[in-house]
Design a protein around this ligand. Sequence first.
Ligand code: ITT
Length: 196
Amino acid sequence: MQIVLATHNQHKVEELRRILEPRLPGIEVLAYDGPEPVESGTSFAENALIKARTAAAHTGLPAVADDSGICVDVLGGSPGIFSARWAGPSKDAGENLRLLLWQLADIPDEHRGAHFTCVAALALPDETEWHVSGEWSGHILFEPSGSGGFGYDPIFLPDGYAISAAELTPNVKNEQSHRARAFEHLIPVLETLLPA
Ligand code: ITT
């Protein structure tokens, strides 16, 4: 059985392969290279479903998508679904996190709470759909630290850790993250719906 990962973000592909492949023996996880869907939804769930539906329709295979982002308490949950393009359409991770740090420059540590959210969606070619979510709580640092991970990881201090998400090993991030938590809920669905 094959499933397709409906993302153009190579970092997500790597993390999702590491999360899914050991748990789904017999299921081949393919990368998606079809048209990029327009993320016109107003929630993580809507956008995740748009991506999964688009890839399922294009490939004729079950498609799994991830819509994710960082939600900062003092910004009312922003950047949220706009995380990838927070500083503009180029999706430049460095510019995104510099803008966020600038916006939080005067905010003291105790008010820098934030969480990552991930909604994982599954769409089958017969139009059956499913979505589940996961969160990862922490704080926004005052400056970037670490070179692992991607996106906002260098400025995210996960609860329970004294190092940024970009300083965690991939194994630890892939056990703890919003993505790990969302897909932990999707794996039983995949096991039930998709014969190996
Ligand atoms: P696809 O839509 O093709 O999947 P994308 O990167 O545009 O790729 P999203 O619209 O879901 O995906 O935006 C996710 C953004 O949220 C991502 O680009 C990062 O800026 C941020 N993000 C999500 N998960 C993250 C993680 O684990 N670590 C750091 N930043 C993350």
